[in-house]
Design a protein around this ligand. Structure first.
Ligand code: IKT
Length: 369
């Protein structure tokens, strides 16, 4: 199998776990990782163990922990982090302290940079795929990052794990530019959208008409809370009374107050998750027939509910039935986000090598409806 080289933009929870999971994939070589402080690049393959050890507990505090500037290096992101702060007790051993906020530069493989994204673009010839492991606190953050790769002449795969439906349109607007540039953009390739969208697309194959897709997830994040603060913040934006802008402005303490108000267990209904538009663009069902919801428990590592995808439809021979796909209660969210992200990354690279460019959702990389 041909070796695939990839970079991660962002060394927060998703970037770090993606690097870790890639160690278990023979054909994947991580060659670059950056955050807003700097860049590590090694075409012989990054020493992931060193990078993870050096940066453990050394991430920025605040909402900008995964974030990197898209403005050419001024660092003027709307959610720029600040210095060390206190955070939620995640392990029963008292309040933990963030590190000194040096991020990736704490690794001996990295160097400080004014413009880490440009570093990656400048080395783009040797990078088959770039995983955008950054939260989309502004709806156009990922599209704007893609613009920089377009402007920089990158030709390869860009892949994200974004959640919000409306971002897909913003990427579609760039589809012709991606095609001209030779970019294969795979969007929504985490757990949901991503793994569960793909599961729905497979389950739909039994039907000639799909009438309903229901995605219901359960996540237990006691020990994983610190690594996944970005995801929790994005989830809170789905609660009544909040949106992405107000959630972005919340301090860590305000987030924890909201969690405490819910006794650590928050239920989400009718989330704006891109599974709907991604299933529609693959021709599987109408976006309005897809619902996404779930339960987040930050007081326990056990899933509060089994993650389930239910696809209801009509078969060619007149039956109405529901095909159900369940995740194991012991597969972690990290496994269910990063395994699929790397799997879709590999699928995207194969499309790219075959000359297929433009925007692809997870369901378009599977059997078509
Ligand atoms: C995501 O990161 O894809 C979305 C999160 C839900 C993950 C579902 C994983 C289910 C499982 O591991 O059983 C959430 C909406 N932030």
């Amino acid at each position: 199998m041909d070796e695939i080289t990839f970079a991660v933009l962002g060394t927060g929870g998703i970037g770090r776990r993606a690097l870790e999971v890639s160690q278990h994939k023979d054909a994947l070589t991580p060659v670059a990782a950056c955050d807003r402080h700097g860049t590590a690049i090694d075409f012989d393959g990054l020493d992931v163990d060193e990078l993870l050890a050096a940066t453990e507990g050394n991430i920025d505090s605040g909402p900008g922990d995964d974030e990197i500037a898209t403005d050419g290096g001024s660092g003027a992101t709307a959610a720029d982090g600040v210095g060390p702060t206190q955070q939620r007790d995640t392990g029963g051993d008292g309040v933990k302290q963030h590190g000194d906020g040096k991020g990736v530069v704490a690794s001996s493989q990295a160097r400080a940079s004014e413009d880490p994204i440009q570093d990656v673009i400048d080395h783009g010839d040797g990078i088959d795929a770039v995983l955008l492991a950054v939260p989309n606190y502004e709806h156009d953050f990922i599209p704007r990052t893609a613009d920089r790769f377009l402007e920089g002449g990158y030709a390869g795969v860009l892949i994200d794990v974004l959640k919000r439906s409306r971002v897909i349109d913003m990427l579609d607007e760039r589809s012709a530019d991606f095609e001209d540039a030779g970019i294969t953009f795979v969007c929504g390739a985490g757990a949901t959208p991503g793994l569960l969208t793909g599961a729905a697309a497979l389950a739909a194959q039994s039907f000639v008409e799909v009438t309903e897709v229901e995605i219901w997830w359960g996540v237990g994040l006691k020990s994983g809370y610190e690594d996944n603060r970005g995801t929790v913040r994005e989830d809170i934006a789905h609660l009544p009374g909040y949106d992405i802008e107000t959630a972005r402005e919340l301090s860590d303490e305000e987030i924890e107050a909201i969690i405490d108000d819910h006794d650590g267990v928050i239920e989400f209904q009718d989330m704006e998750h891109a599974d709907d538009v991604l299933l529609e663009r693959a021709g599987i069902c109408e976006a309005e027939d897809v619902t996404v919801g779930g339960i987040l428990d930050v007081e326990s590592d056990a899933k509060p509910t089994t993650t389930t995808v239910s696809v209801t439809g009509r078969t060619f021979d007149g039956e109405t039935a529901t095909n159900t796909f369940e995740l194991g209660d012991r597969t972690s969210m990290e496994a269910n986000v990063n395994g699929p992200a790397l799997g879709y990354l590999s699928a995207g690279v194969r499309r790219n090598w075959a000359g297929e460019y433009g925007v692809f959702g997870p369901a378009e990389l599977l059997p078509r409806f």
